[in-house]
Design a protein around this ligand. Structure first.
Ligand SMILES: [Zn+2]
Length: 141
């Protein structure tokens, strides 16, 4: 601890992946900032000083969970999580408002999103409840 001094130190004191307490699978970390943009009444959220993770299993009701195994379920969100819904109206790109059926019906959309992402015009970290780039949620074509 005593030689822990640089400003970058402390950023990696928690695991990058953690098991969802409900389905037991490991998921990636999500920024607290992302959670604040998707939960209902974020002012009532008892946010702790710990890492949080995003569970994308459509059969699991947990969306976010903490290192302490506390959970935030789909009903506690104001955003509908597309990867949890698995239907054609599910939103897959939150930055540009693309549904799964949009992406399936018009292949140009993925190209558009790819270009805009390359130009830095996406806002996945905030707008996508996973905090990650939406391109990986697009259907493979
Ligand atoms: Zn889960």
């Amino acid at each position: 601890m005593s030689d822990c001094c640089s400003s970058s130190c402390g950023a990696i004191t928690h695991p990058k992946r953690h098991q969802c307490p409900v389905n037991g699978q490991e998921y990636r970390e999500v920024a607290n900032k992302t959670i604040l943009h998707h939960i209902k009444e974020p002012w009532s959220w008892s946010e702790k000083d710990q890492a949080y993770y995003f569970c994308d299993d459509p059969n699991c009701k947990v969306v976010y969970f903490g290192q302490d195994d506390s959970t935030i379920e789909t009903t506690a969100l104001r955003t509908t999580v597309g990867v949890k819904e698995q239907n054609n109206n599910s939103t897959i790109c939150y930055c540009f408002g693309v549904s799964l059926s949009d992406a399936n019906n018009d292949r140009k959309i993925k190209q558009f999103v790819t270009e805009k992402t390359r130009s830095g015009f996406c806002a996945c970290e905030i707008r996508n409840p996973s905090g990650k780039c939406c391109l990986r949620d697009f259907p493979k074509q």
